[in-house]
Ligand binder design. Structure first.
Ligand code: GAR
Length: 206
């Protein structure tokens, strides 16, 4: 049983997850990187960290379901239990949600439900709000929606520039995400989705 990280960009969260898991000797490996942007920097990080990486070009598939079916086959091959989205800028479709519902988490650089979608750091900085932050949540079919697991506020100080504010957000992301993922894999945090289906199964409701 192991973890797959999905990413589209730089991969700093991917790297912090892999390094923390190794340093802290987690009971589950991060054994796979799925990337939907051929040439993304995260692929270089995966090579340096010796994590198997699979670049996909979703546009080359007839449909999202076809793309996700191929990803799903890989996840099954690697016996993946958890999907961790780390800057994966694509909605998860029904194929993966059906197979992994309640076992997919995402990190987002704002205090959701404020500033969902792309460029959340810039959106908050330019709004301007006084406090933004980082959210980790379970993934559903929406964009940056789904039950919230953890949130940490980050202040936008008078003297902050977009650069210093971005650094503050990233610093929080790099300790918060490994902490939450660890809590999930050891069962300290449980998914409301799987709890619902367990209850439904117990009650024999279809
Ligand atoms: C992170 O800030 C993450 O929160 C954000 O993408 C960045 C990826 O950085 N995710 C989203 O905006 C999801 N809507 P990284 O590639 O350096 O880990």
């Amino acid at each position: 049983m192991s973890i797959a990280v999905f990413a589209s960009g730089s991969g700093s969260n991917f790297q912090s997850l892999v390094e923390t898991a190794r340093r802290e000797q987690w009971p589950m490996d991060i054994s796979l990187l799925i990337c939907d942007k051929p040439g993304a920097k995260v692929l270089e990080r995966a090579k340096n960290l010796e994590v198997p990486a699979y670049p996909f070009n979703p546009k080359s598939y007839p449909s999202k379901a076809d793309y996700e079916r191929e990803v799903l086959a890989l996840l099954e091959q690697y016996q993946i239990q958890w999907i961790v989205l780390a800057g994966y800028m694509r909605l998860i479709g029904p194929t993966l949600l059906q197979a992994y519902g309640g076992r997919i988490v995402n990190i987002h650089p704002s205090l959701l439900p404020a500033f969902p979608g792309k460029n959340a750091i810039e959106q908050a900085f330019h709004y301007p709000v006084k406090v933004s932050g980082v959210t980790v949540h379970f993934v559903d079919e929406g964009m940056d929606t789904g039950p919230i697991i953890a949130q940490v506020p980050v202040e936008i100080a008078e003297e902050d520039t977009i650069g210093t504010f971005t650094q503050k957000i990233q610093q929080v992301e790099h300790w918060l995400y490994p902490k939450v993922v660890y809590d999930l894999i050891i069962g300290k945090v449980t998914s409301p989705v799987s709890l619902c289906s367990a209850k439904r199964d117990k009650e024999g409701v279809r």
